[in-house]
Ligand binder design. Structure first.
Ligand code: ADP
Length: 742
């Protein structure tokens, strides 16, 4: 039987060794004491069983009293701690003192009669045991045991009622305790030398190891909590890998109060909003999201709850939630969000404003285009009729009036053209078309365009044209001429005496291109320095005191800068008030013919001579049809054609034209574009589709639409040529020559 005692010692030492191996920081201090005391107590039992003398047996027996004196105390302290209760220090101190005194008495039993009045060592089957007559100290000892019994049982039963204490652990503790009590009460059941207690203590070690393993996670979470929860508002809650609740700290309950009602070890289910948020967050964590979180707002406080893994060493043992007051942060986020939203709204408003401005601008441009078209039509008639007066009247005064009408009509027309061009530039619809042009003839045209007006004002017009300019260039000569003519017109307008100088020269040459420099200088009224910067704004006129009498719209320079920027150039303005101005720009043009242009006048002479040599055109046999919805325009066209001996047929709608054409063949057809019902282009398509005219018949678009690019549009639609209204007799003549003179 002595081996029984041996076995309990070895086993308990073995279990304590396991405990030491599984030691980690944070294990409740009661555990190591329990695991040290049990082997010592078991050793005491072994020593009694193997004692050879009474003294030896009494000393060893005294050591056995460690259980009632201290083991029970620490067991009790652990249970208190386990139930999250606190024992006043005074009680602990008193119990420790009583325990120490009793232990002292018990290990000194040989020299006092307090514990045993009489003791005798007996031996059965080679196993020693003591027969004792108990003394008063023993009664106190039993009293202590009874006290611990009641206290421990009460606390354990209390722990079973607490939600935040693991019930399994409470039951395990109860089992341990019952085993020890039973062993106590049983005394020596089979043999006078046999003791059940060493076995029950060893058994309790096993159970404690199980509890320790179970509360492992709980403790780990506590360690994490204690190391992290320095900030009072941060809370933690832990769950094992199967989402069994392990416990939480108080601040978490401010945020998720439901956790306070959750039993430890209970698996978390999505029974309420917060729990389902937790489960979703854990799901995210398991799907690889780093530190997933969610927000909970309670009592006007916003908490941020972040999920992470719970580790034991390197092993993942569960999940941990960390809650913190995030109100400030959330407010900041909210403010940021609000600011972002505000920015978005502002951007939206800007966009709306922009599109409103754009559509207003489009509407304005459309209105300008429509209005200028409407104005051009009657001017067309006025100028056409006036042309007839000029040609048919020989009375001097009538001719003078008619000349005045012609000049004012042309001014009006140029204003309308400016408006049209300006609206086109504003719309971004102004296209730059590159064509081959003769440099000399461009300079010549420029000179011709202003010479008369300069002469009329008594200004000397100086043209400084670089003879080394290449003969043929590639670019939009019409737009260049428009720019320079605008500058020349202004120069003449704003100069009372002196000169207007046009300089055109070559600045540089590379990669088959030249940099052309164009400058218009005058000795006129000049511009104040402060006015220069606003000059290019549309409708802006400056120095009105002086300029009031000079007609103008303030559109000229806006068109110039618009066109130049389309051609990748810029207008330079240099002016001295009361002394004169210089307007210049540099333009890169592709060279077609590198031959120097020479004296530009030569070209002019050739042209004028060519013109002069032409005889008066007479085409009485030309079969001609004019289609225009405006009766006045028809009349003007008829009259102008009659100048060339043509007696044209006239119809005032596309439908009529188609009828006439199906019966009669014509040599030339003038077809107005803007007509109600069927416009000119539709009529043309119909004519072509029904093959109403022969291939020889020339179809000319007649239009008040005079903006650049329309010529190409008409040609691409299938017209042979285009004639702009008001019809210039010279242009009409050149068309007739081109298509009817073989
Ligand atoms: P407009 O001549 O129709 O008034 P512009 O846009 O061509 O409009 O010119 C704007 C203003 O610039 C003119 O009103 C005038 O005050 C000033 N300006 C333009 N060219 C000259 C110049 N050569 N000399 C003096 N002032 C000029």
């Amino acid at each position: 039987m002595v081996y029984y005692f041996h076995a309990t010692v070895i086993l308990s030492v073995f279990l304590s060794a396991i405990f030491v191996l599984r030691w980690r920081r944070g294990i409740s201090v009661h555990f190591p004491i329990i695991f040290v005391f049990i082997p010592v107590i078991n050793l005491g039992y072994l020593c009694v069983a193997t004692a050879t003398s009474l003294e030896e047996a009494l000393l060893a027996n005294g050591i056995e009293y460690l259980d009632g004196c201290f083991l029970e105390l620490f067991f009790f302290l652990y249970v208190i701690n386990f139930c999250k209760l606190k024992l006043p220090k005074l009680i602990t101190g008193t119990l420790m003192t009583i325990g120490s005194v009793l232990l002292f008495i018990s290990i000194n039993t040989g020299s006092n009669k307090l514990l045993y009045e009489h003791a005798e060592l007996k031996r059965v089957d080679g196993v020693a045991y003591l027969i004792k007559d108990y003394g008063p100290a023993h009664t106190v000892y039993y009293g202590m045991i009874a006290l611990y019994l009641i206290a421990n049982l009460s606390v354990i039963i209390y722990s079973l009622t607490r939600k935040n204490i693991s019930k399994t652990n409470s039951l395990l503790l109860l089992v341990v305790y019952m085993a020890i009590i039973l062993a106590f009460l049983c005394g020596h059941p089979f043999h006078p030398a046999f003791e059940l207690l060493p076995a029950s203590y060893t058994f309790s070690q096993v159970i404690f190891l199980i509890i320790l393993n179970r509360i492992n996670l709980y403790d780990v979470s506590e360690i994490a909590v204690s190391s992290l929860a320095e900030n009072g508002s941060i809370g933690f809650a832990s769950f094992d890998t199967r989402m069994k609740y392990l416990g939480c700290t108080d601040p978490v309950l401010d945020c998720i109060p439901e956790l306070g009602d959750l039993y430890v070890d209970k698996t978390l289910t999505a029974e309420n909003e917060n729990y389902s948020k937790i489960l979703k967050c854990i799901d995210k964590l398991n799907n690889g999201v780093d530190s997933p979180f969610f927000y909970v707002t309670r009592n006007e406080v916003t908490y941020k709850v972040t999920a992470s893994y719970l580790y034991v060493g390197k092993r993942r043992k569960g999940y941990q939630l960390r809650s913190e007051d995030n109100t400030l942060e959330s407010k900041k986020m909210e403010t940021l969000k609000l600011q972002e939203r505000q920015k978005e709204m502002e951007a939206e408003i800007l966009k709306l404003e922009k599109s409103a401005a754009e559509s207003a601008n489009e509407a304005k441009s459309a209105f300008l285009a429509q209005m200028s078209h409407e104005i051009r039509t009657p001017i067309n008639a006025i100028l056409g009729m006036n042309e007839m007066v000029l040609r048919e009247s020989s009375e001097e005064s009538i001719r003078e009036y008619a000349e005045n009408i012609k000049s004012s009509g042309r001014t009006l027309l140029s204003i309308i053209n400016s408006i049209l061009d300006f609206s086109k530039i504003e719309d971004g619809k102004m296209e730059i078309e590159e064509v081959r042009y003769e440099t000399a003839s461009m300079i010549c045209d420029l000179e011709n365009s202003i010479a008369e007006r300069a002469k009329a004002k008594g200004l000397s017009l100086v043209i400084k044209a670089d003879e080394n300019l290449p003969r043929t260039l590639l670019g939009d000569d019409i737009r260049i001429k428009q720019v320079v003519t605008n500058l020349l017109t202004n120069a003449v307008k704003y100069t009372e005496k002196g000169s207007v100088t046009l300089t055109v020269k070559k600045l540089g040459k590379e990669d088959g291109r030249i940099l052309m420099f164009v400058e218009v200088a005058d000795t006129g009224i000049g511009i104040r320095e402060e006015d220069i910067s606003v000059l290019t704004e549309s409708f802006k006129r400056v120095d009105m005191n002086h300029n009031r009498t000079i007609e103008g719209t303030g559109l000229g320079l806006a068109i110039v800068t618009g066109l130049l920027s389309k051609m990748d150039s810029r207008l330079e303005i240099d002016s001295k008030y009361q002394e004169g101005s210089r307007f210049s720009f540099k333009l890169s043009q592709k060279v077609v013919d590198t031959e120097p242009m020479g004296d530009y006048h030569n070209k002019t002479h050739v042209v004028t001579e060519e013109k002069k040599s032409e005889e008066k055109l007479s085409l009485p046999n030309a079969r001609t049809l004019v289609v225009d919805d405006n009766k006045m325009n028809l009349k003007v066209a008829g009259k102008l054609l009659s100048l060339f001996g043509i007696n044209a047929d006239m119809v005032s709608s596309g439908k009529e034209a188609l009828e006439v054409l199906s019966e009669k063949q014509y040599d030339i057809l003038f077809l107005d574009h803007m007509m109600p019902e069927m416009d000119g282009i539709e009529v043309l398509h119909e004519i072509k589709a029904r093959s109403l005219v022969s291939e020889k018949t020339a179809i000319i678009a007649l239009t008040a639409n005079a903006i650049s690019g329309v010529r190409e549009m008409y040609l691409s639609e299938g017209f042979d040529d285009y004639l702009s209204k008001p019809i210039e007799p010279a242009e009409l003549e050149s068309i007739l020559r081109k298509y009817l003179v073989k």
